[in-house]
Design a binder for this molecule. Structure first.
Ligand code: ATP
Ligand code: MG
Length: 359
């Protein structure tokens, strides 16, 4: 099996640059997820790897082979799209084997490969059906089956779950994770704008914004040590709370309502934004925390509750508490930043080694 490497890859449509020099190293057998907001260039990158889109400059390698000028059918990749695009008049069996038959593969071998893929995907009993007789999730499995039968070195998925309803999306996500385990060693590149999909599926996440890589790393690395404010806000649900702190007394700073906050290290004497996740804040009595607020909304999820607290400076922060806590709306509370905090400079880059007191 084979890895993929992108070296200073750029893409320009007419005079408009959309990918601004991207470097990504994907090891063989990795499950890499490209994630980012709509229009950031995820599909364009994937299509350049597949060969469906020309590379304006830079190089794409699949294994040791530079594939810039290699025909899509000779790159050893198979792509699964958001829309399944199955042939309506063909059965599942015929749909899955179509590409192989077109390539002149002997019938018996096609049948064997289709059966093997159907087993992996547990759709053996659907082989004689037409696409219209299938659910959305089953259709997407057939589309994945069409990729598996080609025995590709690299699987490329472009938002394969986004046409499915919420429940089916979770179930199919699990199946794709299992598929990666079963096809041990196969490299998978998966595009989504859903950070939960990225967190749950990836060995390695590539966060993209406006045609640039913001950060690359394992899911928990991005969650625990976001390199900048964009990644901090994008990865993790609910979003990380970001508080812009104002100038305090002396060398320190203060929360926007004037509550004390002293920062040392890289943050001393600079404009800084403090980031804290919902589960790193504790609700305490008014006056007993770093600052005070009032409960505006409580979302009950069963095992936990998201308590939204409006601060004295009018910002809404989210705090995660245990399920069944039943914090009343309108209640005055103090917020104690008991856990991990993050700091970002005026450009949004993470500051390290920030000592915090009075929080
Ligand atoms: N054929 C094209 N001609 C001109 N601009 C294009 C073309 N295809 C894509 N773009 C632009 O390139 C940028 C990246 O598009 P791309 O489809 O890669 O985004 P994406 O990250 O996949 O977004 P989404 O999550 O909405 O699918 C967008 O600004 C888009 O408008
Ligand atoms: Mg896209």
């Amino acid at each position: 099996m084979t890895g993929v490497s992108l070296k200073n890859v750029k893409k320009t449509y007419g005079a408009t640059p959309v990918i601004h020099g991207v470097d990504i190293e994907i090891d063989k057998g990795e499950f890499v997820v490209f994630v980012g907001p709509s229009g950031c260039g995820k599909s364009t990158l994937l299509r350049m790897i597949a060969g469906l889109e020309e590379i304006s400059s830079g190089d794409v390698f699949i294994g040791d082979r530079r594939v810039n000028d290699v025909d899509p059918s000779n790159r050893g990749v198979a792509m699964v799209f958001q829309t399944y695009a199955l042939y309506p008049h063909m059965t599942v069996d015929q749909n899955m084997g179509f590409g192989l038959r077109m390539n002149g593969m002997p019938k018996a071998e096609v049948a064997q490969r289709v059966m093997q893929a159907a087993k992996i995907l547990q759709i053996e009993e659907l082989l004689d059906r037409k696409p219209r007789q299938l659910s959305g999730g089953q259709r997407q499995r057939v589309a994945i089956g069409r990729a598996i039968v080609r025995n590709p070195q690299v699987f490329l998925f472009d938002e394969p779950l986004s046409n499915l309803d919420a429940e089916l999306r979770v179930a199919t996500r699990l199946e794709i994770a299992k598929l990666h385990q079963q096809l041990a060693g196969s490299t998978m590149i998966y595009v989504t704008h859903d950070q939960v999909e990225a967190m749950t599926l990836a060995n390695k996440i590539v966060v993209l914004r406006k045609g640039r890589v913001e950060q690359i790393g394992p899911p928990m690395e991005l969650y625990d040590n976001p390199a900048n404010m964009f990644v901090a806000g994008f990865i993790g649900s609910p979003r990380m709370n970001l508080i812009t702190t104002g100038k305090g007394d002396g060398a320190g700073r203060a929360f926007p309502d004037g509550s004390a906050l002293t920062l040392g290290g890289e943050a001393a004497g600079r404009a800084a934004t403090l980031g804290v996740r919902a589960d790193q804040i504790t609700l305490v009595a008014p006056g007993a925390g770093a600052f005070d607020g009032r409960v505006s909304v409580v979302e009950r999820l069963g095992d936990s509750e998201f308590v939204y607290v409006e601060t004295g400076w009018g910002q809404e922060l989210v705090v995660r508490v245990e399920g069944g806590t039943n914090t009343p709306v309108g209640h005055a509370v103090g917020l104690s930043l008991t856990g991990r905090t993050h700091f970002f400079d005026a450009e949004g880059q993470a500051l390290s080694g920030v000592a915090v007191s009075a929080v």
